[in-house]
Design a protein around this ligand. Structure first.
Ligand code: COA
Length: 211
């Protein structure tokens, strides 16, 4: 798999996905702080300073490396910031990338999440040469699951993990294989994330991971 230190903007019919910049922090903070957006996420901080610090920390990373790289999603016609997506290599599984996505409530329900994720999946296979794209979500996050399905990801497993607050978190893993690789033969046991929490982190967007 390749890495992409300086990703070019990704254009779709209605959107442009371009690397997040510190000045995006206020707007991203505003929708991440919305309870409807936070509901299935685990961001510890969503204030502008924390979001800005996260964007600055990601600036030195190449897309495809372990660690999240975030793209801001803009409406091409108006230039308005409508959401963000992220991509993250998996150190223990070369060829695998995790993806995450958020669309601000004001812009949801218009197919933008699907359009952005499809573009990110194409980028992962085409530009990075990834073998597999993976998404973790809260098992109740039906909108997120639907978007993953519409971008061609398929259910792999449902699992429970400690939620870090004394309870249990129930998550799902969806994946899509690079088209020319096909799917693994049925019955082949697929590796799962370590049991100590990266899946939870990935889906819940905690400090060392995001979704
Ligand atoms: C998930 C999210 C990105 C979807 O964005 P969006 O732009 O509204 O997505 P789309 O319009 O492309 O598609 C949404 C699909 O989910 C469906 N959907 C929405 N809410 C749903 C619900 N509560 N139950 C079932 N399906 C639902 C829609 O009907 C649509 O499917 P359809 O086209 O087959 O009708 C957005 O809801 C979001 O940002 N949520 C909060 C952050 C989050 O949880 N991100 C995922 C992390 S894994």
């Amino acid at each position: 798999m390749r890495t992409d230190p300086d990703p070019a903007p990704i254009l779709t019919e209605r959107l442009v996905l371009r690397r997040s910049r510190p000045e995006d922090a206020e707007t991203i903070s505003a929708y991440r702080s919305d309870p409807r957006v936070r509901r299935y996420q685990g961001w510890e901080r969503t204030d502008p300073e924390a979001v800005r610090a996260e964007i600055e920390a990601m600036a030195s990373r190449a897309a495809g490396d372990p660690g999240w790289v975030q793209f801001t999603v803009e409406d091409r016609a108006s230039g308005r910031l409508v959401g963000d997506v992220g991509i993250c290599g998996v150190a223990e599984e070369p060829g695998v990338v995790k993806v995450g996505y958020t669309i601000a409530p004001a812009f949801q329900g218009r197919g933008l999440g699907t359009e952005a994720l499809r573009a990110l999946v194409d980028y992962a296979f085409g530009t990075l040469g990834a073998d597999r794209v993976r998404m973790y979500a809260d098992a109740d996050n039906l909108a997120s699951i639907r978007v993953a399905e519409k971008a061609g990801l398929r259910f792999v497993e449902r699992f429970r993990e400690p939620d870090g607050a004394g309870g249990t978190w129930e998550g799902v893993r969806y994946e899509r294989h690079r088209p020319d690789l096909g799917r693994p033969p049925s019955g082949l046991k697929e590796p799962r994330g370590r049991a100590d929490g990266p899946a939870w982190n990935a889906a819940r967007g905690t400090n060392d991971d995001r979704a």
